[in-house]
Design a protein around this ligand. Structure first.
Ligand SMILES: [Zn+2]
Ligand SMILES: [Zn+2]
Length: 144
């Protein structure tokens, strides 16, 4: 199973502003190549603001192996370079709203450990968002 890889730091030393709100300051995650800050990710997962056209590639989802996935590039803490995670649309939405189900959370954690990374070094999987059992603590509320 694929869908998760370490990417060399090369080409990622600059910190382009968020493609949606223009915020600068950090190395934002990139969704389908576009930098998107955490606030805009949360807004996106609530369905707020302009809809984002997210390119879906052929690769398998890192969580469930289903083909047809969105590439999320993220910069783990104290990592030599970013990690690219391919996720099918449902798992992508669950990850950015910080609301993965426990088995998906654990699966992603296992995959990251195979790369020598712990899940809590990835912002979207931070321990503030999930407890030790992988239960989502603070998911972005779904639009009702
Ligand atoms: Zn933004
Ligand atoms: Zn999936």
């Amino acid at each position: 199973m694929d869908g998760l890889r370490l990417v060399g730091e090369e080409g990622f030393v600059d910190r382009p502003p968020c493609a949606r709100c223009g915020a600068t300051g950090c190395a934002w995650d990139r969704i389908g190549g576009a930098p998107v800050c955490p606030d805009c990710q949360a807004a996106l997962s609530r369905g707020e603001g302009e809809a984002m056209r997210v390119p879906v590639g052929p690769g398998p989802c890192a969580v469930c192996g289903r083909s047809g996935s969105v590439a999320l590039l993220t910069f783990p803490l104290r990592s030599a370079g970013p990690v690219e995670i391919d996720l099918c649309p449902p798992h992508f939405r669950a990850l950015i709203r910080r609301g993965l189900d426990p088995s998906s959370y654990h699966q992603l954690g296992r995959r990251l450990r195979q790369l020598g990374l712990s899940a809590d070094r990835v912002f979207l999987l931070h321990e503030a968002f999930y407890d030790a059992e992988g239960r989502a603590l603070r998911p972005v509320p779904e639009v009702t």
